[in-house]
Design a protein around this ligand. Structure first.
Ligand SMILES: Nc1ncnc2c1ncn2[C@@H]1O[C@H](COP(=O)(O)OP(=O)(O)OP(=O)(O)O)[C@@H](O)[C@H]1O
Ligand SMILES: [Mg+2]
Length: 377
């Protein structure tokens, strides 16, 4: 992994090392101890909360004793793609001249890959032209070969729920079988589509049922994030009032990506020390930039869906969307209409469904910028 430095102390994409990473100490410890005891983990959270960054962070810490492999399979649509992404991650990480490298590279070469080089990173990318039924076996063989190295492998498969959309049936069945046979390879299966991840790992009729430990990622505690933000400013010789930091965290609902985004803008666009309330202009600019996207939502949604989305945005958290109260307050029609809209908005990832600490279900709007924008119109 090539190390780059971000332009600001608040990067909004990628992982740049512990100096730019806030907290997650408990979660990191849990993951590390699972890995060290040979147990695979399922890591689930709503979008943009920091799953991928946490995986990167833990892999960095474990790097001296483990071979960290990371594969994001979100773009994959079939087993063939899975092979391509896995093989690419392997050749980018495991040198041909290492103990297990020789055999793995030979296997990959025997599949006659086409190699191209990423224009930005210079990393090789592989692709294969195999028939659909031919790609399963090489995936299994690659997994088996990883078993034979000097160091154990920590293989993180991000957006794992994607395998459910492959046209080939039973992908999880044969994958589970391969995974089960490995002793020197530990997995982190991560995903953001919570209902699919739950189905994969907690449904008794599924092959992966209870095969892993479960780690649900939540928001970073507000006070911890506030301390981190102040420190990032201070270390660069700048100040921001505590009051502003707290308001910014409230405005972004402590949702990691949005916190980073707002801090990034404030840091980059306001020179010197940040005055009280100065952040608000940056927040307003962010909303303005997104306005086209938000009007776009309205175009693609039905009236009842749009109204429901707006109503949830206005309330923040909604526990009982089909209750008389909520429906009357926002004039949403019948409970059946609301249920249909919820379904569709969940599928479009405009709403999310989550459990609070007491185990009660509530709904919220995914995009905090959209929520704040609704409040302004
Ligand atoms: N603990 C953290 N401290 C600082 N920044 C973080 C932290 N975790 C994540 N981020 C930042 O927030 C952004 C979103 O995080 P990340 O991509 O890891 O979320 P995700 O849950 O994997 O999202 P998605 O569901 O979209 O894949 C990242 O680009 C990263 O820069
Ligand atoms: Mg991610």
């Amino acid at each position: 992994m090539r190390k780059r430095r971000p332009f600001t102390p608040f990067p909004t994409t990628g992982y740049y090392g512990p100096e730019y990473f806030c907290d997650r100490e408990e979660e990191s410890q849990t993951l590390i101890s699972n890995v060290r005891s040979g147990q695979s983990t399922t890591l689930a959270a709503i979008r943009r909360l920091g799953k991928t960054a946490l995986i990167r962070h833990v892999q960095q810490i474990l790097k001296p004793d483990w071979i960290p492999l990371y594969v994001d399979i979100l773009p994959t649509e079939k087993t063939d793609d899975l092979l391509k992404y896995l093989a690419t991650a392997i050749i980018q990480t495991i040198p041909e001249k290492s103990r297990q490298g020789g055999k793995i590279w030979n296997l990959i070469k025997s599949l006659r890959p086409t190699i191209s080089y990423d224009a930005y990173s210079g990393m090789p990318n592989l692709s294969f032209s195999l028939r659909p039924e031919e790609s399963r076996q090489p995936v299994q063989e690659l997994l088996a070969l990883m078993e034979q190295g000097d160091k154990p492998v920590l293989l993180a498969i991000d957006e794992f729920q994607q395998i459910l959309s492959y046209p080939e049936s039973n992908v999880d069945a044969w994958l589970r079988k391969s995974v089960q046979e490995l002793k020197n390879v530990v997995f982190i299966f991560s995903g953001s589509q919570q209902h699919l991840m739950n189905d994969l790992f907690t449904n008794p009729s599924r092959p992966f049922f209870r095969s892993t430990l479960f780690l649900q990622l939540d928001k970073i505690p507000t006070a911890t994030y506030a301390g981190f933000i102040s420190k990032q400013f201070q270390e660069n010789g700048r100040k921001i009032p505590d009051e502003s930091v707290n308001e910014m965290l409230e405005w972004t609902d402590v949702h990691t990506y949005y916190v980073q985004l707002l801090c990034n803008r404030v840091y980059a666009n306001i020179p010197g020390n940040v005055q009280k309330d100065a952040w608000k202009a940056e927040a307003a600019k962010l909303l303005k930039e997104q306005e086209y996207v938000f009007f776009g939502y309205r175009e693609v949604l039905t009236q009842p869906q749009w109204h429901l989305l707006k109503s949830v945005a206005l309330e923040g958290k909604v526990y009982a969307p089909t209750s008389k109260d909520f429906i009357a307050r926002h004039q949403l029609g019948s409970p059946a209409t609301v249920l249909r809209s919820i379904d569709s908005l969940l599928r479009k990832e405009l709403l999310y469904k989550h459990f609070d600490k007491q185990g009660k279900t509530y709904y919220g709007v995914y995009d905090i910028l959209f929520r704040r924008w609704i409040e302004t119109i």
